[in-house]
Design a protein around this ligand. Structure first.
Ligand code: G3I
Length: 328
């Protein structure tokens, strides 16, 4: 940033501000969150400080998944999930539970069960986990990524063995375990109007008609600047709201080709800005959560070689242009 020094009219380079004057969480009446990892929360004081300052919702990135909680049948590891929930309570932050039913990070022993046993075990898994944190989780991602890109159902072990009806069942079981948590369906590539978001829309409509306790649609929003901003994003948010459910941006990040430069960061900022402004424009869009907040820790480079730098803060926890676009 170029600032003109008052003294002697000398032009000097001034480092960008370390943070905005008002932390992001106080700039809107939406929940503003980030995915977090219990390990970094415990070992990196600067990570913890920025999280605490800027956000008022946390989503455990991996700690509440079945593969973490019960990798071996009957042997539970709640340590990471408990630590994040404890942190949230101490710092008056809400928690988005992530995620109860997902085909990925699913222990092999679960996938191998015969249908009748799978149904019992699934019910028990949901009941045990939701009850453990009853009253401490604002919203749960109950089912995650159950559709293909063309809008057909993903052929998971749950579908193969239990049929499509498992979706209504798991929402009912979760609701019985904590009636006050808002229960979401969550997916990626459903930001805009397309066959996949159409399928989510139709399913939510049907489930609502059947009285199934679904309260929200989670839009992950893992975007890449090389594919353009999703068409019909605001119209899509609006149509979900019209069904009488909440919408949430649950996993936002915007990856760019690495290394970053000023132009790429500006494009990234415009994507984050559109995502943010769209959510602010729809009353039922109640949450804006990013999938991690620092380029120091992000799933992106591992999965998309050549892309990265997808977060609001850089590796040194300095806010990037995208941050200043949504918190000028
Ligand atoms: O914990 C083990 C560690 O013990 C081991 O040494 C290491 C070796 O690979 O793996 C570690 O586990 C990894 C785990 O993240 C924790 O770091 C897994 O391999 C790795 O697959 C896992 O990736 C996570 C991924 O979900 C799993 O599919 C990412 O961190 C996480 O960001 C990502 O999150 C998903 C959301 O849940 C759903 N939507 C998409 C999103 C991005 O893929």
């Amino acid at each position: 940033m170029l600032a003109v020094a008052a003294l002697a009219g000398i032009a000097v380079w001034q480092a960008p501000a370390a943070s905005a004057s008002v932390p992001l969480q106080y700039t809107t009446n939406r929940y503003v969150g980030s995915a977090v990892a219990a390990s970094y929360l415990a070992s990196e004081p600067d990570y913890r400080a920025v999280l605490t300052r800027e956000f008022d919702n946390v989503t455990p990135e991996n700690e509440m998944k079945w593969g973490t909680i019960e990798a071996v049948r009957g042997q539970y590891d709640w340590s990471g999930a408990d630590a994040i929930v404890r942190y949230a309570q101490q710092h008056h932050k809400t928690v988005r539970g992530h995620t109860l039913v997902w085909h990925s990070q699913l222990p092999d022993w679960v996938a191998a069960l015969p249908a009748d046993e799978l149904r019992r075990v699934l019910r028990d898994h949901i009941t045990t986990e939701v009850k453990r944190y009853k009253g401490k989780i604002r919203a749960w991602d109950v089912v995650n990524e159950i559709f293909n890109e063309d809008g057909t159902r993903r052929d998971t072990v749950f579908r193969q063995k239990l049929g499509d009806g498992f979706v209504a069942d798991v929402f009912r079981w979760a609701h019985a375990a904590d009636p006050h948590a808002t229960l979401y369906i969550n997916d990626y590539n459903i930001e805009g109007l397309n066959p996949k978001s159409d399928a989510v829309y139709e399913l939510v409509k049907t489930l609502r008609k059947q009285g199934v306790p679904i309260g929200g649609v989670g839009i992950q929003a893992h975007l890449s600047t090389q594919y353009g901003f999703p068409d019909g994003y605001r119209a899509n948010l609006a149509r979900f709201a019209k069904l009488g459910v909440d919408a949430a941006i649950t996993e936002a990040d915007v990856r760019i080709p690495t290394p970053p430069d000023a132009a790429k960061l500006a494009t990234q900022a415009s994507y984050f800005g559109e995502l943010w402004d769209g959510c602010q424009s729809v009353r039922r869009c109640v949450e804006f959560t990013t999938w991690g907040f620092t380029d120091r820790h992000s799933w992106v480079p591992d999965v998309f070689p050549g892309e990265g730098a997808a977060c609001l803060f850089d590796e040194n926890l300095r806010p990037k242009p995208a941050y200043f676009r949504i918190n000028p």
